[in-house]
Design a protein around this ligand. Structure first.
Ligand SMILES: [Zn+2]
Ligand SMILES: [Zn+2]
Length: 430
């Protein structure tokens, strides 16, 4: 496909799976990789906890001269390193894109937007978000270089522009990659129906007429073109917030709790901004919001860590347990231990929090505990991934010569009205 080009693209993993995307772009003696996560399968029997296990179970591909050389590995050996410049880029914080960054050789620079850098450090404060460093250093997380939105990083002759895009993770980006003979756009995880639609549009404009577009295809894995959204799925983030506020307004004398995904900072800020009740977060979530955005929120605290939060914003947990009118408060893992103390007939809103859905074996028992305690369980979601027709819209805005759909169970459903399509195999080099 790119036979006359010096640039080579290798699809190490994450082509026909959702998660674990690792793609390499090489030009002469320089190369870059993106992203650096592992495949996520909550239903799998074996859940490896180290690099050896991940490699043996083929959840992570072996990459020459890329992993931390201190990690002893049986059965894997790197060839001689013929590259002078190497770098890794992260599109966003979701674990399927970031979980193995601590296994990356500490001498190889890792770039991501400032927002993602902040989340990576704060979410891993207890050393349990991403896989831990082999040799624990001063910090739990390896060094990350935070870049400004739209900054260009040069890796040898490869230029990478790190561009913000719309996704349900704070600090998400796409990459616009230029080598002397090829222009490649990588969407990361992308959508048009969130708070940053204009960022996605801008990414499309700058990527216009690129040679190769690597685009995620999560939604076409589960949905057909034009298929109606699930009942609990909002059209866009604004509609989701309206629906949540509707529940709050129409239940003035019930206990109201909720949970969300910790990296979805923009959603929680908008819930706080518009909710008729006082929104109170778990201290750890409050800390993550504060570190990422500087915004302080009300919180309650059930652990004894020092997050450096403002005492004046602390709400007593007993007050929340007994409340039926003033607060809209977050029910995360620590608070769930008190589920039997909650008010009967209350409502809990599950907004893309963990466990995410039926595919996760933890989901059914999670829902049941609400039934058992006479609390109504309401799922209220808004996907982080572009709807099928929005993916086509993005493709048509970019009009790539070659479309390569990845990060999907059904990449073959995507089409390119203005050029070719390639469905690569794992390990393929073009
Ligand atoms: Zn993803
Ligand atoms: Zn994602």
């Amino acid at each position: 496909m790119l036979k006359d080009k010096k640039t080579k693209i290798t699809f190490h993993s994450g082509v026909l799976t959702i998660g674990g995307t690792i793609i390499e772009i090489a030009y002469e003696d320089s190369h870059i990789f993106f992203d650096f996560g592992s495949e996520f399968n909550p239903a799998a029997k074996v859940q490896p906890s180290d690099l050896q296990g991940l490699l043996d179970n083929k959840l992570v591909p072996y990459l020459d001269n890329i992993f931390d050389p201190k990690i002893p590995l049986k059965g894997y050996k790197s060839k001689e390193n013929k590259f002078n410049d190497t770098a890794v880029f992260l599109s966003h914080i979701h674990l399927d894109h970031s979980k193995i960054v601590n296994y990356l050789n500490s001498e190889i620079p890792l770039y991501t937007l400032e927002g993602t850098k902040s989340l990576l450090n704060t979410l891993n404060i207890n050393n349990d978000f991403i896989f831990p460093l082999y040799e624990k250093g001063q910090t739990n997380t390896r060094e990350v270089i935070g870049v400004e939105e739209n900054e260009i990083i040069n890796v040898g002759k490869i230029k990478v522009k790190v561009m913000p895009i719309d996704h349900d993770a704070y600090g998400a980006c796409g990459l616009l990659i230029e080598t002397p003979d090829l222009k490649i756009a990588y969407s990361g995880d992308i959508r048009l129906h969130g708070y940053r639609e204009n960022d996605t549009i801008n990414f499309c404009k700058e990527s216009k007429n690129c040679d190769v577009l690597l685009i995620e295809g999560v939604s076409v894995s589960f949905q057909d073109f034009g298929e109606k959204l699930r009942e609990n799925e909002a059209e866009n983030e604004e509609e989701l917030i309206e629906k949540i506020n509707e529940v709050v307004k129409s239940n003035p004398d019930k206990q109201l709790t909720f949970n969300y995904y910790i990296a979805n900072v923009e959603r929680i800020l908008n819930i706080i901004k518009t909710n008729p009740r006082v929104v109170v977060l778990d201290a750890y979530f409050s800390y993550v919001v504060k570190e990422a955005t500087g915004i302080a929120t009300y919180y309650y605290q059930l652990d004894n860590k020092d997050y450096g939060l403002d005492e004046n914003l602390r709400v007593d947990f007993k007050e929340l347990i007994n409340d039926e009118s003033k607060y809209f408060w977050q029910l995360d893992t620590l608070a769930l231990k008190y589920i039997d103390k909650l008010k009967k007939k209350g409502i809990y809103i599950h907004s893309d929090a963990s466990p995410l859905g039926d595919f996760d074996p933890r989901f059914a028992p999670f829902v049941k505990q609400f039934e058992d305690n006479d609390i109504e369980f309401k799922m209220m979601s808004c996907s982080g991934h572009a709807r099928p027709y929005d993916l086509v819209k993005i493709i048509n805005l970019i009009t790539p010569k070659l479309l390569i759909p990845i990060h999907s169970y059904h990449p073959e459903k995507l089409y390119n009205e203005n050029g070719d399509v390639l469905l690569p195999k794992k390990g393929q080099i073009i």
